[in-house]
Design a protein around this ligand. Structure first.
Ligand SMILES: [Zn+2]
Length: 207
């Protein structure tokens, strides 16, 4: 049974090397895809020049509507983390915005075809690209939740500060009022319990 499973794995591996693997790419995630593809290929131990060569020889990225194709350099310009210069890399600049590289084409999808060759296991590479994209999506969601929490904390602190200032002002006003009217001020002045007219002390009670 173990031998059979291993033979099956060998067969799958052999198939991966002889069959092209195709994916449809939503252009909204084109830059992320290109970046993860270049990174995943590099992680298989290929030097930068080999990554470019693999992209040039084995990867075809074509618009499903207008049929324009991206070169390895287009893909690498798209993978670059810097903002592409529309003058130097007009295709990458348009793709980065989620549009087809051809000005005027309204397609949102490209067909990615990875041809066999160079010992690249495309199923494995594309699975790695998808895993990286998933990790980035959940990281982005975590960051967003963290930002929302931080904003909430800031709002609460501001509200608490405003309440404290309001209470402080009320206390000062109360203090001024008590001072002016002769009322009690805790720790400073005891309340006058009663007032007596001194003249009334000398008055004799009526007989
Ligand atoms: Zn197009």
């Amino acid at each position: 049974m173990k031998a059979g499973a291993s033979a099956g794995a060998r067969q799958t591996h052999a198939m991966a090397e002889t069959t092209a693997v195709a994916r449809q790419l939503d252009l909204a995630g084109a830059a992320q895809f290109a970046r993860n593809l270049a990174r995943t290929l590099a992680e298989t131990g290929a030097p930068a020049a080999a990554v470019r060569e693999t992209l040039a020889n084995l990867v075809e990225a074509q618009c499903v509507q207008c049929g324009i194709r991206l070169s390895a350099d287009d893909l690498l310009a798209l993978a670059d983390t810097g903002e592409p210069d529309p003058a130097l890399a007009p295709k990458a600049a348009r793709l980065r915005q989620g549009y087809c590289a051809r000005s005027g084409c309204e397609s949102y999808y490209y067909q990615i075809t990875c041809r066999p060759g160079g010992g690249v296991d495309w199923n494995k590479v594309l699975a790695g690209v998808e895993t990286a994209a998933q990790a980035q999506r959940s990281q982005a969601a975590e960051d967003e939740a963290e930002r929302a929490q931080a904003a909430k904390r800031t709002r609460r602190r501001r509200l608490a500060a405003r309440v404290a200032i309001g209470v402080g002002i009320a206390l000062v006003l109360l203090l001024i009022r008590q001072w002016a009217t002769g009322g009690a001020i805790p720790l400073i002045r005891q309340p006058a319990k009663y007032t007596a007219d001194p003249a009334s002390v000398n008055e004799r009670p009526p007989e």
